[in-house]
Design a binder for this molecule. Structure first.
Ligand SMILES: Cc1cc2nc3c(=O)[nH]c(=O)nc-3n(C[C@H](O)[C@H](O)[C@H](O)COP(=O)(O)OP(=O)(O)OC[C@H]3O[C@@H](n4cnc5c(N)ncnc54)[C@H](O)[C@@H]3O)c2cc1C
Length: 361
């Protein structure tokens, strides 16, 4: 880059790490500030939501809860994640997991009506897309994912082709490690963000003004009062299940819960997630734990002997209309409101935001 810029990024979550990686590779001088004490996940409900996320990349399934344009960004992001993960595998010692061989939606026989309503929403949002849900007969489901068995009889199942999954923890760590020239300032809270400068505090002691050519505000729920963002509580459960073989994310269509089961490397299976209009960051409730695990067990009986490794909570950053927002003005870029599909949206939103600046070519 002929004209490298000094860039200050507020927030080392999903977007912050992806932005730092992207911009440092363009030759810019990048500094990232975050109140966390290190780049590693603490699983205490306080760090980036990006670590807690299951990492489902589901443009089709998200049409149940999002507009087609949000889902449309997802297809772009899946392509980008594939390239990004490949580069991370070449430049770090980490091998973040990524796949895009589809996901499954399943429903118990008694929930077919509710499932069909979801499918018709997906079909109408995706009517012009090549990828459409494909109904699987019971024997096809058995071949595709033999570990699935409905507790109330045969499951209804649909394959969502092209959907994917990404290991959130591995990718977030690799994004930090892949660009050693980035200056990561842990333990620094950014209290105000403006074009070209930000105010930071270090352990609540000293307030400092920091000046940059560009400031990028990606503090998620921490961006208030600069943004009307709110937090939406989500809870997930990590299981260790060496006897259960699943090869793709599974979503259970259920009238009351949105439950998904996501296999991760190391025989780990994530079961998620609650969605509660609350900024409570306290540990997972008994009700959520029981409901998620009972729902998961009702379609994967082999989970009975799984061991509970961890329960994790975090807040999804959501704007009043639950849609993502990009704001650009000279010297300042803000991205927020990634809500329940941040991994699905992040590369698309970041690439679009940067295209309004002189920071990439
Ligand atoms: C339970 C759960 C499951 C999810 N599952 C999925 C999924 O399967 N697929 C998907 O696509 N998305 C999923 N998401 C959503 C996704 O995790 C979020 O949309 C995404 O992490 C938002 O990215 P972000 O960078 O905006 O915020 P975050 O990842 O939350 O990062 C914000 C960063 O800002 C920092 N920060 C906060 N305040 C300040 C401050 N004052 N100064 C400096 N830094 C600050 C924080 O410490 C943090 O590091 C899930 C979320 C949850 C909670």
């Amino acid at each position: 880059m002929n004209n490298p810029k000094r860039i200050g990024i507020a927030g080392a979550g999903l977007l912050g790490r992806l932005a730092a990686w992207t911009l440092a590779r363009q030759g810019h001088e990048v500094t990232v500030l975050d109140p966390a004490l290190s780049s590693d996940p603490q699983f205490d409900g306080r760090g980036p939501a990006g670590f807690t996320a299951a990492g489902m990349l589901s443009p089709l399934a998200e049409l149940d809860a999002a507009e087609p344009d949000v889902a449309h960004r997802g297809w772009y992001s899946i392509e980008r994640w594939e390239q990004i993960v490949q580069e991370l595998r070449q430049t770090t010692h980490r091998q973040p997991h990524f796949d895009r061989h589809g996901s499954l939606m399943v429903a118990h026989g008694s929930d077919l009506g509710a499932a069909q309503r979801v499918l018709s929403r997906i079909a109408s949002g995706a009517k012009d897309w090549p990828a459409q849900p494909v109904t699987l007969a019971p024997e096809e489901l058995r071949e595709t994912e033999p570990a699935l068995h409905g507790s109330q009889g045969p499951l209804h199942a649909w394959l969502l082709p092209g959907e994917g999954a990404i290991c959130t923890v591995g990718t977030m760590k690799a994004l930090c490690e892949a660009v050693p020239q980035v200056q990561w300032e842990w333990g620094h809270r950014v209290s105000a963000v403006h074009a070209g400068w930000m105010a930071t505090t270090n352990g609540g002691q000293h307030t400092q003004e920091r000046h940059f050519d560009w400031v990028i505000d990606v503090r998620g729920v921490g961006a208030r009062p600069n943004s009307p963002v709110r937090g939406v509580r989500g809870e997930v459960i990590w299981l260790h299940a060496p006897d259960v073989r699943l090869t793709r994310p599974i979503r259970l269509l259920h009238p009351r819960h949105r439950v998904y089961i996501v296999p991760r490397p190391g025989d780990v299976i994530l079961v998620g997630a609650s969605e509660i209009e609350s900024e409570d960051r306290s540990p997972v409730s008994l009700r959520t734990a029981v409901e998620l695990m009972a729902a998961a067990h009702s379609i994967v009986p082999g989970l009975a002997e799984a061991r509970i490794l961890r329960m994790d909570t975090n807040l999804r950053p959501a704007l009043p209309d639950n849609r993502p927002e990009i704001h650009t003005e000279p010297g300042l870029l803000r991205i927020n409101g990634l809500y329940r599909h941040g991994w699905l949206l992040a590369p698309s939103l970041l690439d679009e935001a940067l295209s309004h600046t002189d920071l990439v070519h």
